[in-house]
Every structure is written in structure tokens, then in C-alpha cells.
Design a protein around this ligand. Structure first.
Ligand SMILES: Nc1ncnc2c1ncn2[C@@H]1O[C@H](COP(=O)(O)OP(=O)(O)OP(=O)(O)O)[C@@H](O)[C@H]1O
Length: 582
């Protein structure tokens, strides 16, 4: 049995309680006014039967028209307020989901695909909006309609009221029978929609790959398959709905027939006045709509309930990487640049072997350190561990002697400028891409960073220089240009620790070496850790760490390592051979 969603709904509604209360009060008013119209009509009919006058007819007509207009205005107000609350809650939820996602660690987005997250942040939030707007409105309407109408009906005729409404419990029973199936089918539709969004997302990102490998037909088939599953799920849901609601409508008509049949007899026996009969007919008619609507309301409610689960699932997920209690503040200006690892061991969730195992090193402030090693030995893992993009255990990695898991996350990341293997450039100007870490930086700062990264002359050749838009909406940069733009971005924030993860792999060896030489001897002496397969660049580092199978197997400067033999010598010889063959 699912947990009641009412406390969660109350929590969503709390900031907007005034609008919700206003809407509900307006609905109550509408229903109160609605009680009077049939009564006025009854009195009118009964009175006019005795003494007929046109003046009386007009008076009654004006009274009823006035009341009906009043009802219309108040009903509009109730809808505006209640639907407005639904929209407000939708806005709040989207804000909360987005802020929450910004706090999650990168690994979270591996397990939770963009399609699924987008569908939760859009169609599920939409379902919750409908629940709070439409469902609350019609539920309140139904309750008020019954609570106010039933006593008046009973006062007119207990027997006729009970007989005409006897069929109504069957409606609830039927809705109950259908509800589980509707809920399950709704969930299925939501899941299939996410599956389809995922495929679209992946295919659009990998469009060139699809074309290069001529996989259009396969992708078309994969799409058709998922689209078909969504269609089947939607049709199944539609079938259930289209069976339920006409059945509800049919049952409602039966109650009218019963009233007509018994009411006609009662009038013939003089136990009921014509006016009473008309009033009863109008009241039963008034209850048909809210009762039939209850079916929709329950569906909207169930759909909303499923969506609340899906949205709350995101919101309740606690980020694994977050500030410790009493996290240590470490302002960027005070960071000296010591970086060390002690018994650093890290295993990816679900992996069998650790990617890092007993890693030990100490890097002094201002040192330029190269990290080399064969592919897949854990170099990027180490780079990701330092700014806590991975959930490393406490007391294994240190900056300035402080355990990184204890440093305030914001400060730790501000102290480290990190250029990953694949840098992401936003679809905006080069200038904005470079100053992403400091959006108010002036052009001269941007240019300085670009000069250090040796891309400034190329940017000047672009159509609008630093204002050139790159990415999806602009020009496509070459791999080397992308990497140097990303490096400029990291240099601009002027962090005391700089990590380059194979970040110059698409830049020629000579330029890469030149850039590193600049960084090494540059005015701002940073602690630089550069991971590279470019051995000629590594050779100029103050010290080189050699990594194999998740651990540091050698360290020293180029000459020392060469004389030691071992993995470094092998890598160097391989590099020299490649140079000769080129
Ligand atoms: N998210 C992940 N989940 C599970 N295993 C992973 C994950 N990321 C990397 N690995 C594994 O961890 C090991 C180390 O990978 P890592 O990317 O750190 O190597 P690397 O030395 O940087 O390689 P390269 O030189 O090719 O960049 C590899 O075996 C890799 O398959």
C-alpha cells in the first residue's frame, strides 16, 4: 500500500495557502448559490400554478439570471485561484529539482539518464500541477455539492432522493475496480516516454557517428520499436479510460430515469408538487457532473501520486559528495598548493577491482608534476578524485595537509582548476566560455589567459574574434582549439592548483611542451599536475609520477627515471620510436 501523499501535498501547498484557501472558499460560495436556484424555481412553478402573472415570471427569471451570473463570476475566481496555485507549485518544483540536480555528483548522472530526469522535471511536474489544480478543485466541488445538496434533497423527499442516488455507490465501486489498472498503465506510459526521450537525446548527440557507420536504418528501427511500445501503452491506458467513463455516464443517466419514473407517480398521487419534482430533477442533475468528474479526479489524483513518487525520488536523493559537518573553510588566497595522497584507494561502484590502490605521493607548492602511464591505469580517476568529483574516502587525499573531504567543497573546487580530457564548451561566445569560472572578467583578462594557452592568435582570426559563438549555434572548433580554449578557462580563474588531464592531447607536441614550459616558469607559480601521454612534455616537469595498475610505481625527474629503467624507460623508448617513425 502506497504511503499517503497528503503530507507531501500539504508541504507543496503551504507557501500558496492563501490562493488555495481563496479558491476553496469561492467554490463553497458557488455551491451555496447553486442550492438556491432550484428552490427559487420550485417556488416559482408552484406559485405560478396557483396565480399566474407575467410580472412574477420576469421577477423569477431576473432573480435566477442574477444568481447564475454571480455563480459564474465566483466559479471563475475559484478556477483562477486554484489553477494558479497549481502553476505556482509547478514553478517551485522545477526550481527545486534543478537546484537539487546541480548539487548531485557526476556519478549520479550516469545512473539517472537525462531523458528520465527531463521527463520527471516536465511531465511528472505537470501531473502534480493537474493534481493540485484540477483534482483539488473538483474534489472540493464534489464534497461541497454533496454536503449542501443532499440535505435539501432529503428535505423534499427522502424516498425519491435515496432511490435516485442508490446507483451512485456503484460508481465508486467501479472506479475502485479500475483505479489500480489505471495507475499501473500510467506508470508504464511515463516509463515508455522516458525511454523514447533517452533514445532521441542519444541519437541527436551521436548523429555524426550514426551517419559514419550508416546506422540510420537500425536507429530508425530502434526508435520505431520504442515508439510502438509507447503507443501500445498509451492505447492500453486510453482503452481503460474509455471503458470507465462512459460506464459512469450511463450509471448517472439511470438515476435520472429512476427519478422520472418514481417522480411522475408521486405527482400523480399528489404526494409531490411539480415544483418539488423540478427542484429534485435539477439537484440530481447537479450531482451528475461532480460524480462523473470524480472518475477523472481519481485518475488525475493517481497520476499525480505516481508523479509525486517520481519527483520526490529525485528530491530525496542525498548528494553523496557534500560538505562535512563543520567543514573547514580554505579561501583560495590562503591555499599554498601542497597536494598529497596517503593510501589512496578508490573502487568505482559496481567495479570488481579498485581503480586506485594505495597511491602515495606528495607534491610541493609550485611544483610541476607530470603523471604518466599506460591507458586505463587510473590517471583520470586520480584527477577526478582531487576536486571530489568522485566520492573518495576520508583521510586519503590532502590539500595543504587538510583532508579534502573536510575542506568546504566550494573552497576545495575554487582552489583547483581542472581541465578534463573532454572539455565541454557552451554554445556561447569564446569570451564567455573562457570566463565561465569568473563571468565578470574583463576582455584583457580573457586575452591574457588565451595567450598563456597559446590560442590568442587563432581567436583573432575568427570572424568575430572573442565574440565568435562556438558550439551548436556557432563555429566548430578543432580538437586542439577546444582544448586550448578549455585551458584558457582554467587559467583565467587563477587557482593555486591546476590539473590538466590529457588536456593537450590534440595539440602538437611542440606547442604542448611550450605551454607547459610557460606554466612552469610563469609568473604565478602554481602547483601543476598534468596527466599526459606526450612524453616530451612530461620530460620537462619538475618531477614525474609513473602510474601502473592503479598505483604509483616510480617517481623522479626525467633523468633519474630513465636511469632507473622500468615502466618509464619503456614509455620513453616507445615515444622515441614513434618520433622516429613519424
Ligand atoms: N565510471 C566508471 N565506472 C567504473 N569503472 C570506471 C569508471 N571510469 C573509469 N573506470 C575504470 O577505471 C580504470 C581507470 O580509468 P582511468 O580513466 O582513470 O584511466 P586512465 O589512466 O586515465 O586512462 P587513459 O590514459 O586512457 O585516460 C579503468 O579500468 C576504467 O575502465
Amino acid at each position: 500500500m502506497a504511503r499517503s501523499k497528503l503530507p507531501i501535498l500539504a508541504q507543496y501547498l503551504r507557501p500558496h495557502w492563501k490562493g488555495a484557501a481563496g479558491g476553496v472558499v469561492a467554490l463553497l460560495l458557488v455551491n451555496c448559490l447553486g442550492i438556491f436556484i432550484p428552490l427559487i424555481l420550485r417556488n416559482g412553478v408552484d406559485q405560478l400554478q396557483e396565480t399566474f402573472s407575467y410580472g412574477a415570471v420576469i421577477r423569477y427569471a431576473l432573480l435566477i439570471a442574477g444568481l447564475a451570473s454571480g455563480m459564474w463570476v465566483v466559479r471563475m475566481l475559484s478556477r483562477i485561484w486554484l489553477f494558479g496555485v497549481g502553476r505556482q507549485v509547478e514553478f517551485d518544483l522545477k526550481q527545486r529539482i534543478f537546484s537539487h540536480l546541480l548539487g548531485m555528483e557526476p556519478a549520479y548522472f550516469v545512473d539517472n539518464t537525462p531523458g528520465d530526469l527531463i521527463s520527471r522535471a516536465t511531465s511528472d511536474v505537470d501531473n502534480i500541477r493537474r493534481l493540485l489544480g484540477f483534482a483539488v478543485l473538483s474534489l472540493a466541488n464534489t464534497i461541497f455539492a454533496y454536503a449542501l445538496t443532499l440535505p435539501v434533497m432529503l428535505s423534499i423527499s427522502v424516498q425519491l432522493t435515496l432511490a435516485s442516488l442508490a446507483i451512485y455507490p456503484a460508481m465508486f465501486f467501479m472506479v475502485h475496480l479500475f483505479s489500480d489498472r489505471l495507475r499501473q498503465q500510467q506508470l508504464d506510459v511515463q516509463q515508455r516516454t522516458s525511454d523514447l526521450s533517452d533514445l532521441i537525446q542519444e541519437d541527436i548527440s551521436g548523429m555524426s557517428l550514426i551517419k559514419i557507420y550508416a546506422q540510420e536504418e537500425n536507429e530508425r528501427r530502434a526508435f520505431a520499436d520504442r515508439n510502438q511500445k509507447l503507443l501500445t501503452a498509451n492505447l492500453r491506458l486510453a482503452r481503460t479510460r474509455t471503458t470507465l467513463f462512459p460506464l459512469l455516464g450511463g450509471l448517472a443517466s439511470i438515476s435520472l430515469l429512476v427519478l422520472l419514473w418514481l417522480g411522475a407517480g408521486a405527482i400523480a398521487n399528489n404526494t409531490l408538487s411539480v415544483g418539488d419534482f423540478i427542484a429534485l430533477l435539477l439537484y440530481v442533475e447537479r450531482l451528475v457532473f461532480p460524480t462523473a468528474l470524480l472518475g477523472f479526479t481519481i485518475t488525475a489524483y493517481q497520476r499525480g501520486e505516481v508523479s509525486i513518487d517520481r519527483v520526490e525520488h529525485i528530491l530525496q536523493e542525498v548528494p553523496k559528495i557534500r560538505d562535512a559537518h563543520h567543514a573547514i573553510p580554505l579561501p583560495k588566497e590562503e591555499v599554498r598548493g601542497w597536494v598529497s595522497a596517503h593510501h589512496l584507494t578508490f573502487t568505482y561502484p559496481g567495479a570488481e577491482a579498485p581503480a586506485l590502490q594505495n597511491v602515495e605521493f606528495t607534491i610541493k607548492p609550485g611544483e610541476t608534476i607530470a603523471l604518466v602511464g599506460p591507458i586505463g591505469v587510473g590517471k583520470s580517476t586520480l584527477a577526478n578524485a582531487l576536486p571530489r568529483l568522485l566520492n573518495v574516502a576520508p583521510n586519503q587525499l590532502f590539500v595543504d595537509g587538510y583532508d579534502i573531504t573536510q575542506i568546504r567543497l566550494r573552497d576545495l573546487r575554487a582552489a583547483i582548476a581542472y581541465v578534463p580530457q573532454e572539455s565541454y564548451l557552451f554554445s556561447t561566445t569564446i569570451k564567455n566560455n573562457v570566463r565561465y569560472g569568473n563571468p565578470v572578467a574583463e576582455l584583457d583578462e580573457v586575452e591574457l589567459a588565451a595567450k598563456q594557452a597559446q590560442i590568442h592568435p587563432e581567436i583573432l582570426n575568427f570572424p568575430q574574434q572573442y565574440k565568435t559563438i562556438v558550439g551548436e549555434r556557432g563555429i566548430t572548433l578543432s580538437g586542439g582549439q577546444r582544448q586550448r580554449t578549455a585551458l584558457s578557462r582554467a587559467l583565467l580563474v587563477d587557482a593555486p592548483i591546476l590539473i590538466l588531464d590529457d588536456a593537450l592531447s590534440s595539440v602538437d607536441n611542440q606547442t604542448a611542451t611550450q605551454i607547459l614550459q610557460n606554466l612552469k616558469t610563469g609568473t604565478q607559480r602554481k602547483t601543476v599536475l598534468f596527466i599526459t601521454h606526450q612524453m616530451s612534455a612530461a620530460a620537462i616537469a619538475d618531477r614525474i609520477l609513473v602510474m601502473d595498475q592503479g598505483t604509483i610505481v616510480q617517481q623522479g625527474n626525467h633523468e633519474e627515471l630513465l636511469s632507473q629503467g622500468g615502466l618509464y624507460q619503456e614509455l620513453w623508448e616507445q615515444h622515441t620510436l614513434e618520433q622516429v617513425l613519424q
